[in-house]
Design a protein around this ligand. Sequence first.
Ligand code: NAD
Length: 292
Amino acid sequence: MDIAFIGLGNMGSGMAANLVKAGHGVRAFDLNAEAVERAVLAGATKAGSLTEACRDAAAVVTMLPAGQHVRAVYAEVFSLAPPTALLIDCSTIDVDTARAVETDAAGKGFAMVDAPVSGGVAAANGGTLTFMVGGSDDAFKRAEAILSAMGKAVIHAGVAGAGQAAKICNNMLLAITMIGTCEAFGLAEKLGLGHQVFFDIASKASGQNWSLTSYCPVPGPVPSSPANRDYQPGFAAALMLKDLTLAMQAAEMTSADTPLGAKAHALYDALCAQGHAGQDFSYMMERIRRGA
Ligand code: NAD
């Protein structure tokens, strides 16, 4: 299938490479020429413009930084791609923008889904992302065939925007469990409990959670976690702050009560303001340990 892939950054480059591996013809476009060259090395065809990428495409996949980029790119895609093309936005953006762009797409006769991902750069490179998809049943089925080449799970969350809704709720929960896990290790340290013994107990007791057992914020118990490599991301604190900001906007719009989400947002805001935006989000451990 001929697929236009727009946005070949940290995530998009690995995703596009996996589409190539699955046998698709990928036309790569990014504002950054180096990103396009990387995609070409992975087997994609260089597109010199959005027009070139979208011409006669059977599908358009986007992996862009934020809502404004998604709006701007699709405003052009609508007049460049054939209306038979399936449009798949994998970026993490606000629910309202996702719904608005998908409404515009439907008005122009396109099928479109929002399909944000869980899993970082390693999962994008390894083809093991989890996709949360919003859109009609028919559009989901068409998207699933493409997304399964880039992920280990493709889940239909509901109508347009539901993928983004699932993504921000999941990441708000992740931020809260990460901070809670850091607090527990911080208190355990003060009480003289070693990291490993606390891990061994909590991972088999009711405190068990993903932030503890798969992404442990102290070095030692989970060798693959970023804490073992000086908190190099992984998933940068800046990206967690972005997702928490989207969650807080959604909470305000829907009058949802999210006191722990608000606290998590304030803590990640402070961590980023202290110069740690580029470190892994589990670096929260150091902030909790310092107490400020
Ligand atoms: P990135 O900044 O590395 O890549 C984005 C790419 O989009 C860049 O190469 C940029 O040049 C390109 N771009 C921007 N505007 C464009 C335009 N108008 N036309 C063409 N290209 C354009 O970002 P990333 O880390 O790859 O993240 C992409 C999305 O995935 C974000 O929404 C992010 O929140 C989400 N996400 C990231 C991670 C992660 O660990 N990095 C994990 C899950 C989800």
